[in-house]
Design a protein around this ligand. Structure first.
Ligand SMILES: Cc1ncc(C[n+]2csc(CCOP(=O)(O)OP(=O)(O)O)c2C)c(N)n1
Length: 417
């Protein structure tokens, strides 16, 4: 991150600010490198900090004059301390818990990559435990041949239903499940009453090493995990339904697709329709602030130019970072952007009801609608150099998806719901 030359700060010119203070809430590691001589070693330390499990944000602030004064040369990046392996007692305790009836392996972080899921699948095959994904999942490797997993639902009652009856929960790379928000009369803690929780691996631990140790302790390493078979849904037809949208996606996504999911209320039930699609990655927002989808799609497409990126965004969320379309055009990134135009901040209606505001008045409703004027996403895209089209029903969407999947470069589909 840039900063004025430090000798310039006392003149209080524009852009003078407490930059460390701004960066700190979003960073695990913050440092201002005072001179060009320290930039290399501080840069190496920042890389080391960023590599600490499960992945950290390191912010290195560089005063302007570090760019125009002599440096000392390249510094070696120190080894990153490896994440802690679980103690043997923790492995034994987790194995004991999972051997009980109604047990659950609750996983997050790197446990959701193919290798972690395979180990979780072996453990489930051996013990009969349920495998449940956390609610916040940065990246899941899924599709045909992989062990399928569901994310814990955002809605409290649905999440409780998913966890119901669990008596023993073992955490690997995840915190004990808690509701996203507090609501009057609803629990913050989602762990069922009387359920015993065992932490095998904390979020900053080593999920793969932990699952390996657990599988070995259980004698599960040679088990055959239940994997998703290769199977796509039929192409749906007719009017839009949420399931139909999931089917259209499951029918169209190519092997190696990177799906960015900021679909908010629209895509919550999409997983079953792509469980047997060719292997792909599914990226979700770990934070909760909207606007993550389009910039993450840019990053994914730059990182993986040979893979199709499918970026699903709610119409409300899309408006926070819509300028990413211009970057997609400028860099000719292979991204298919799907905007779900339900003309509302739909999730906020249920949030309002959940805090007890059952009958919102016209002014409240007005703050949740996105219809006056109607957002013309194909025109916005065109203005930023991205071609696109509207889809008014599932048949049009199938056609648009077929076209977008068979051509390279950015393309936007406005799903007019
Ligand atoms: C930066 C930021 N601003 C505001 C919010 C509050 N918020 C959460 S979801 C949401 C609306 C999302 O609307 P949309 O993307 O259209 O999806 P829908 O709810 O209609 O499915 C808002 C405003 C937030 N989480 N982050």
């Amino acid at each position: 991150m840039g900063e004025h030359a430090l000798y310039h700060i006392k003149y209080d010119t524009p852009l003078t600010a407490d930059i460390e203070g701004i960066a700190r809430p979003f960073s695990h590691w913050v440092k201002t490198s005072p001179t060009s001589k320290t930039v290399a070693t501080d840069g190496a330390a920042a890389i080391q900090a960023a590599r600490v499990a499960p992945g950290q944000i390191a912010t290195l602030i560089l005063p302007a004059d570090t760019a125009w004064t002599e440096a000392d040369g390249i510094a070696e990046t120190p080894e990153t301390p490896p994440p802690q392996k679980p103690a043997n007692e923790a492995v034994v305790a987790a194995a004991k818990a999972l051997k009980q009836p109604n047990s659950m392996l609750f996983i997050g972080g790197r446990a959701l990559r193919a290798k972690g899921l395979e180990l979780a699948g072996k453990i489930a095959a051996k013990t009969g435990c349920k495998v449940q994904g956390a609610g916040g999942t940065a990246r899941i490797e899924r599709g045909a041949g992989r062990v399928p997993v569901l994310r814990l639902h955002f809605v409290v009652e649905t999440a409780q239903q998913m966890l119901k009856g669990t008596r023993h929960m073992v955490l690997v790379g995840a915190k004990a499940p808690a509701a996203f928000f507090a609501y009057p009369g609803k629990p913050s803690v989602l762990v069922p009453e009387g359920c015993e929780v065992t932490t095998l691996c904390p979020v900053e631990g080593d999920p793969i090493g932990s699952l390996e140790a657990l599988a070995a302790e259980l004698g599960a390493l040679n088990e055959k995990p239940a994997v998703a078979e290769a199977k796509r849904p039929e192409r749906p037809t007719g009017k839009f339904t949420l399931d139909g949208l999931g089917q259209a996606l499951g029918a169209a996504m190519p092997e190696g697709a990177i799906v960015i999911d900021e679909s908010v209320t629209t895509g919550r039930g999409f997983f079953p329709f792509s469980v047997g699609a060719p292997p792909h990655d599914w990226l979700n927002n770990m934070g909760g602030s909207i606007g993550f989808g389009a910039p993450v799609a840019v990053g994914a497409a730059v990182a993986c130019p040979d893979r199709k990126v499918i970026c699903m965004i709610g119409d409300g969320s899309s408006m926070y970072t819509i300028q990413a379309l211009w970057t997609m055009a400028r860099e000719n990134l292979d991204v298919c952007v799907l905007i779900f135009s339900n003309r509302n901040y739909k999730i906020l209606y249920s949030q309002l009801a959940d805090v007890g505001a059952a009958n919102p008045g016209p002014r409240a409703i007005d703050m949740l609608t996105l219809d006056r004027p109607t957002l013309e996403f194909t025109l916005l895209a065109k203005g930023m150099g991205v071609p696109g089209a509207k889809a008014h029903d599932l048949d049009e969407l199938n056609k648009q998806l077929t076209y977008a999947m068979s051509t390279k470069g950015p393309y936007l589909i406005d799903v007019v719901m």
